[in-house]
Design a protein around this ligand. Sequence first.
Ligand SMILES: Cc1cc2nc3c(=O)[nH]c(=O)nc-3n(C[C@H](O)[C@H](O)[C@H](O)COP(=O)(O)OP(=O)(O)OC[C@H]3O[C@@H](n4cnc5c(N)ncnc54)[C@H](O)[C@@H]3O)c2cc1C
Length: 380
Amino acid sequence: MRAHTVRRPSSTIAAPPAGLRASLWRLAEALATPLVPADYLDLFDPLREGADLRGRIVDVVHETEDSATLTIQPGRGWRGHVPGQYIRIGIDVGGVRNWRAYSVTSPPHPPSARGRKDDAAITITVKAIEDGVVSNHIVRNVEPGALVMLDQATGEFTLPETAPTKVLFITAGSGITPVVGMLRSRPDLTDVTHVHCAPTAAGVIFAAELRGYGDSGRTNYIERHDDEHGMLELADLDELVPDWRERAAWVCGPTGLLDAAEAHWAAHGLSDRLTVERFRPTIIEPGEGGAIQFLGMGTSNASVMVDADGATPILDAGEDAGLLLPSGCRMGICMGCIVTMRQGAVRDLRTGEITTAEPGDNLPIQTCVNAVAGSCELEL
Ligand SMILES: Cc1cc2nc3c(=O)[nH]c(=O)nc-3n(C[C@H](O)[C@H](O)[C@H](O)COP(=O)(O)OP(=O)(O)OC[C@H]3O[C@@H](n4cnc5c(N)ncnc54)[C@H](O)[C@@H]3O)c2cc1C
């Protein structure tokens, strides 16, 4: 009879004692210097458990001339999303890592048979905007196989667990993305009116799908093209959607549309029925600019002086001067861009509020939504 070698499942192989493991890891660190062992593991298995959360782009599909859907396989540790939420991705363009937010357009996956959320891929859909660093890179250059950094999904632009009886979606341009995520995953929405605007008929992202929902009766779909119908005026809602006041509304699109929607719903005393998603902050009239001193830059801890006007976020002013600064959503939500103001004054571009710091104050400020007001000294 032939002898069999019986292998135990790897999960039952006894792990070395914790003290020995720590010693082995320290030895590996010493051998790997100046890199650390994790850097080598990243080369072979960047999506592994315990690594910084990353995703691999596994497919790129062009939706329109200037938009594309990326399918991303998230790494171990991805915790899933609720329809309407967004993720931040960190992507290298020209050797610089840029972080931007994108709504998840795929439906959430139930946990796999292994109880994991990270077994299935997710999608985001990006529209290239004029002079946009990341959006143009994604739409024109990115190819399957590329790795991106990921953050867990977040955001409040979501539906309640129990679907409202009557829903109104108003979307424009790339503002369709969070809403298509909801339409794809919530069959319990039974009475939906959807007004969608795009510059032209050819520019409608997900055109066939949205029109299909309309044709099948899933939504009452009203598509408007700016070149034919002009920009949507919210006063037209009385005619387009006569029962709009009875509907719980979710609106996503350019700043002008969102400002107008907030004013319209407020004027009718219905603000509590409206939820909006902003892709960029509302900027009020600019103030006086000045000199920004960035302290602690690079490995030599250099100090760099940059002049900026009062309309330019400090983050943009620094990046335009070639500095690598912490960044995130670029609209004041994620706190990924916070630096310490040692002294000086900055102005919040959303509210006009001035924050001042005396030497010794050390105030945290968000560089993506503040401009310099006179002068300021910032430490990274
Ligand atoms: C919560 C959230 C969800 C988002 N979801 C999506 C999404 O699903 N799909 C998508 O395509 N985009 C989405 N965005 C916008 C996205 O994060 C980027 O702002 C956008 O891709 C532009 O980045 P960029 O690097 O190309 O432009 P940048 O190089 O940062 O900016 C270039 C120029 O365009 C201006 N600009 C920046 N952002 C916008 C904008 N959104 N619209 C118009 N002008 C702008 C800048 O002020 C600058 O003048 C979302 C943003 C947020 C905050």
